[in-house]
Design a protein around this ligand. Structure first.
Ligand code: DGL
Length: 276
């Protein structure tokens, strides 16, 4: 395909709410001209409290419809709670590559000096056998402290809506890390909502705690996959083009529309209800 005829590349980013925007931020830094159709499945938010079977059924039902509608080059499930359970089933339903986001246990174990790692995620992700396998495979010589919280997901949602964050609440949630006999030197943000609370977390965790997430690695992987489809052929013109960024949600609520100012400041058009 020549640079002139290649259609602009696009991806679908999918999460229960605004969390996947932390992944979108990294993807946009790597590929500024990429069109994004972001879908927040707020109808069954929060994903971290849903049964595994509900998530599999829901995501596998939605994604073929979204794929047919937006013809993406790739689909990014920008949600650890979903990725740790739906990927195998989902990949049998879709035509394009599906990229999942799972907790960054491997890099955390590679970098931890203290050999004590914290995993901060949703209750669902904390309980998954997928997460257990990641720990066994990559961090079996580390102590891994697990904290699951859905309240933190809601705090991140609130922050994007301009609602002030109660630091004491954040502090109470991460208290098991702070009060551990040996506190972790690295805390994995195993929920895509949590990078939006990086500043607040840094204020309440012991000094010098490092926070890591999967966003950059996912952006690299997405770029690699799109390049294999000819993105590179679009060259500099692609990097410089102004992308179209859509944000859709699946349940018409006031709180979905309250995101409009934050989305606008991030370059997205007004959030739209996606009847699906
Ligand atoms: N952002 C999601 C995750 O990475 C889901 C949060 C939720 O809806 O519970 O797990």
């Amino acid at each position: 395909m020549s640079a002139l005829t290649a259609p602009p590349a696009s991806v679908i980013l999918f999460d229960s709410g605004i969390g996947g925007l932390s992944v979108a931020r990294e993807i946009r830094a790597a590929m500024p001209g990429l069109d994004i159709n972001y879908v927040a499945d707020n109808r069954i938010f929060p994903y971290g409290l849903q049964k595994e079977s509900v998530l599999i059924e829901r995501v596998c039902a939605l994604m073929p419809i979204l794929e047919a509608r937006y013809s993406p080059g790739a689909i990014v499930i920008a949600c650890n709670s979903a990725s740790t359970v739906v990927l195998d089933a989902l990949r049998t339903q879709t035509q394009v590559p599906v990229i999942g986001v799972v907790p960054a246990i491997k890099p955390a174990a590679a970098q931890s000096q203290r050999r004590v790692i914290g995993l901060l995620a949703t209750p669902g992700t904390i309980q998954r056998s997928y997460t257990r396998r990641l720990i066994d495979q990559f961090a079996n010589d580390c102590t891994v402290l697990l904290v699951g919280s859905s309240a933190l997901v809601s705090l991140a949602e609130n922050k994007l809506r301009g609602i002030p964050i109660d630091l004491q609440e954040v502090s109470n949630i991460v208290a098991p890390f702070c009060h551990a006999e040996t506190p972790p030197d690295i805390v994995v943000l195993g929920c895509t909502h949590f990078p939006f609370l990086r500043e607040e977390l840094m204020q309440v965790l012991p000094e010098n705690t490092r926070l890591i997430d999967s966003g950059e690695a996912i952006a690299r992987r997405t770029r690699h996959i799109l390049e294999a489809q000819g993105l590179e052929a679009q060259g500099a013109a692609f990097l410089e083009r102004v992308p179209t960024l859509h944000f859709f949600f699946t349940e018409e609520t006031d709180s979905a529309h309250e995101l409009a100012p934050a989305l606008l400041s991030l370059g997205y058009q007004d959030p739209q209800y996606l009847q699906i």
